[in-house]
Design a binder for this molecule. Structure first.
Ligand SMILES: C=C(O[C@H]1C=CC=C(C(=O)O)[C@@H]1O)C(=O)O
Length: 371
């Protein structure tokens, strides 16, 4: 199937007001879609289905699933196109005061409580230009080749689009991979980055937390060196954590509960930070900083492929694979408006103005494809 017929098919689905998700996987250079055959809203809190899941930040709210048995899946080789020369951003018009006051409040609270990090966020409403959502999606794809670029739609929920740099985790058979991501800089600096102690500390909190959270059900853990990675025009600190899940069939729910929400989108300790967010942010994150992706996909894997004298088929096995991403750098789109969601990690060493500017930079990554 070529790219035109692929997108035409999704467009027809959208016109018929049927649920779909289209997403890129840069790792194997593909774009895939799931088209649900009816418009039923199916929810999950067990994460045991084989399907595509779309979950909110607050898991007390429901997660939507497109079950495999009710969906058609299509896949094409990615043709990301060339990013057009889009004008650089218009400044955020919003009043920065409210957001900076919220940061001050968090810093004050950290001085008087056990909380050491909290991720605060805000949304920005802009008018939707006449561009079709598929054009917007293709522009995002062209600009964010390393990200998981998605567009998700359900007629009873709405339309979300984003380009996330953050894997929540993937499970391939018994192999669990997750990352810790934090720290943000603009990537226009040519010289190597001198990350500040505040940024390094913020990212280390995430790595330590993840290691601890998975310790009780994994073995053979290995933690990579921390590196600087690019996400659009931003840079982040990233560490990769690998481990084996101690059972043949890795059930998703305990892993999700252990890792979501990570201190990269919530804070530390998790309960205190989550309470602070839900009480003080003054808006609903909905699916922003939730997670999304394919879960429990039966996949054939072959072991010992190099051993010529062994019949391969004897060594082929089926594992369940899941690829879940944190919903960052995302927006909710309706007929006339686009709501962009952005946030950043706050510690006691945070400077409110710099934190505000960081969220402005993050919203620019999305706005630069909208206008
Ligand atoms: C919460 C967001 O980013 C997180 C991921 C990477 C770096 C972050 C930071 O530098 O604060 C955040 O923890 C967001 O982009 O809305």
């Amino acid at each position: 199937m070529d790219s035109n017929s692929f997108f035409e098919k999704i467009q027809e689905q959208y016109k018929a007001e049927l649920p779909f998700v289209v997403f890129s996987r840069s790792i194997n250079n593909t774009i895939k879609c799931w088209l649900q055959k009816d418009d039923e809203l199916r929810l999950t809190d067990t994460f045991s289905e084989s399907g595509y899941v779309f979950s909110p930040f607050d898991l007390n709210q429901s997660s939507v699933v497109f079950p495999a048995e009710h969906s058609e899946q299509l896949i094409i080789k990615a043709d990301f196109g060339v990013p057009s020369n889009l004008p650089e951003d218009k400044m955020a018009l919003e009043d920065s005061e409210t957001y900076m006051q919220l940061i001050e409040k968090a810093i004050h609270s950290m001085k008087t409580s056990e909380m050491t990090k909290v991720v605060l966020s805000r949304s920005e409403d802009i008018e939707r230009p006449k561009t079709s959502i598929f054009r917007l999606y293709k522009r995002l794809l062209a600009k964010y080749k390393n990200a998981m670029v998605y567009c998700w739609y359900h007629p009873k929920v709405g339309l979300w689009m984003g380009a996330t740099p953050e894997l929540l985790f993937k499970v391939e058979g018994a192999q669990l991979t997750t990352i810790s991501l934090a720290g943000t800089r603009k990537s226009d600096v040519e010289t190597s980055i001198d990350w500040t102690p505040k940024e390094l500390e913020e990212q280390q909190i995430v790595t330590d937390y993840i290691s601890e959270q998975i310790a009780s059900f994994t073995s053979s853990k290995s933690i990579s060196k921390t590196e600087t990675v690019k996400a659009g025009h931003l840079l982040h600190l990233k560490t990769r954590i690998l481990a084996r899940v101690q059972s043949n069939r890795a059930e998703l729910k305990p892993i999700i509960e252990a890792l979501h929400p990570t201190p990269a989108v919530c804070g530390f300790p998790r309960e205190l930070a989550q309470e602070f967010i839900l009480k003080n942010e003054n808006y609903k994150r909905e699916y922003y900083t939730g997670f999304l992706g394919e879960m429990n996909i039966k996949t054939r894997s072959e072991r010992n492929r190099n051993r010529r004298n062994v019949e391969n088929s004897a060594y082929a096995s089926y594992g369940l694979n899941s690829y879940l991403y944190v919903n960052l750098r995302c927006m909710k789109i309706d007929d006339n408006h686009i709501k962009i969601y952005v946030g950043g990690g706050i510690t006691e060493a945070s400077e409110p103005l710099a934190e505000w500017e960081e969220t402005v930079n993050k919203s620019q990554t999305l706005k630069s494809v909208i206008y």
